[in-house]
Design a protein around this ligand. Structure first.
Ligand SMILES: NC(=O)c1ccc[n+]([C@@H]2O[C@H](COP(=O)([O-])OP(=O)(O)OC[C@H]3O[C@@H](n4cnc5c(N)ncnc54)[C@H](O)[C@@H]3O)[C@@H](O)[C@H]2O)c1
Length: 442
């Protein structure tokens, strides 16, 4: 084993290795917390100076991470910076930057490439670099490695390179970095050894795979599996609705089978930074190999049709009350992409808002976790909106209340009691006993 690698593994063992994390978002910040808790000195890098200032002041900007946690991390030596010339201070650099799609729905690796250049500018012998951002297989080898190699340093001996996908599930109170197994694929044996040594210090189980490509493909398989299965239940939701069969009851019954079935639930469409996006990274790379990923395309088609299905349900209930969508008051409950999180990225609620506004509905929203709608790249025309307090008067003044996100904080009995009609896309009202005739599932 090269001397630099032996020295790095020893530093990891002694917890004297400094861990650099690029991108302090929903993934990078919990990762920084995990390393800080284990006794590593963590240096976080972010291009957003406001985030850096907040963190250094011991404050959080992510709801699941309280201020006290950041303050505790600070006491353990965590520091944030936007000075990328400090990357040389880190013994291990973990890249957790966004991997969105371009407007043409192709992988946008700008953030990853920029990070690779920043790392390359300070690369020194004995450093381990790990890409954690979700991406298509071959990115580590074909996109990141060439940038690092241009320094003249050699992989596997001077520096080490691996891919290890992040499996963070925001809002999940049971699973976080410190109890989710971590898949690690090194470019070579030395890189794999070093990356496994590092993660073994903070996670319960490291699953070592032979190449970065296996680790990259594993993450995309996990997300594609979700996208496809959610599409399946969304398709069945529309069919069963037409047949008068309760899809939720069907799934509850099916999941009593102790093997061979995993429950997925229908909803108003896909949301978040991962499931609606990552499979299309695979679609793109498949095209480079002359293949189509038809399951992914079909799942995308079914899932993106859901907001229109929901709006047609809203139109139906208004119609039943002798009203047009145009001019009707509709309260949208929940703009976060899933329950109990404050993240509205890629939320189907934007599509619902847009469709309803285009039909002339007077739409307002409430979300206990999203006080104001941030400007969204894909929805530049949606004006500024703030969450309306969820009072009985507000609910009673609506022609239709549309539940898009099933936040735990909502009192569903009260919502149904005060509303004229509730369109429920998440079966959030399943426990409501009174006023069930006012509930329509969509
Ligand atoms: N959010 C999730 O649930 C989740 C789960 C698993 C994997 N992932 C993947 O992890 C990656 C990061 O996602 P996220 O949700 O944490 O994103 P995020 O937007 O919450 O955070 C990314 C952070 O990176 C910063 N940033 C952007 N460019 C940078 C650069 N060049 N240098 C330094 N910082 C930079 C941004 O300011 C931001 O703070 C993505 O590839 C995503 O697909 C996300």
């Amino acid at each position: 084993m090269p001397d630099a690698v032996t020295a790095l593994i020893e530093k990891i063992r002694l917890r004297t290795a400094r861990v650099g994390i690029i991108g302090l978002g929903y993934v990078g910040l919990p990762l920084a917390r995990a390393f800080a808790r284990t006794g590593f000195r963590v240096l976080g890098f972010d291009i957003d100076p406001q985030k850096v200032a907040k963190l250094n002041a011991g404050k959080s900007y992510i709801q699941q991470i309280p201020d006290a946690t950041v303050a505790g991390m600070r006491e353990k030596g965590f520091e944030a910076t936007d000075r990328f010339d400090r990357l040389g201070e880190a013994d291990a650099v973990l890249i957790c930057v966004p991997t969105p799609l371009t407007d043409a729905r192709e992988p946008d690796l700008t953030y990853v490439v920029n990070s690779a250049h920043a790392v390359a500018a300070q690369l020194r012998p004995g450093q381990l670099v790990v890409l954690e951002s979700t991406t298509y297989p071959t990115t580590t080898r074909n996109v990141v490695l060439p940038v690092l190699e241009r320094t003249g340093l050699a992989p596997g001996s001077d520096f080490l390179l691996a891919f290890s996908p992040e499996r963070e599930d925001p809002g999940n109170a049971t699973f976080s970095v410190n109890n989710i197994p971590k898949v690690v694929g090194g470019l070579d044996k030395a890189s794999g050894d070093a990356a496994c040594a590092l993660y073994s210090a903070v996670v319960p189980q490291v699953v070592r795979v032979n190449t970065p490509e296996v680790a990259e493909a594993c993450k995309i398989l996990e997300n594609t599996y979700r996208a496809v299965n959610i599409a399946l239940v969304n398709e069945l939701k529309v069919l069963y609705d037409r047949m008068g069969i309760d899809v939720w009851e069907v799934i509850d019954a099916a999941k009593t089978k102790p093997f061979g079935f995993q429950a997925f639930y229908p909803g108003p469409g896909l949301g978040g930074h991962c499931i609606p996006i990552d499979p299309f990274y695979l679609t793109w790379v498949a095209r480079q190999y002359g293949l189509n990923t038809r399951f992914i395309e079909l799942a995308g088609e079914v899932n993106t049709a859901m907001p229109a299905f929901v709006v047609s349900k809203v139109a139906d209930v208004l119609n039943d009350a002798g009203k047009a969508v145009k001019g009707s008051r509709v309260a949208l409950l929940g703009v976060a992409y899933k329950k109990d999180v404050d993240d509205p990225r890629e939320s189907p609620s934007f599509e619902l808002l847009d469709l309803l506004l285009k039909k002339g509905a007077r739409v307002t929203y409430n979300d206990p976790h999203v006080a104001a709608l941030p400007k969204m790249r894909h929805w530049p025309h949606l004006g500024a909106m703030a969450s309306t307090p969820l009072t009985p008067d507000y609910l009673a003044a609506q022609d239709c209340v549309l539940i898009a996100t099933d936040h735990t904080a909502y009192d569903y009995d009260a919502i149904v009691a005060h509303s004229r009609v509730v369109v429920d896309t998440r079966n959030a009202t399943r426990g409501v006993k009174e006023g069930r005739e006012k509930i329509v599932r969509a």
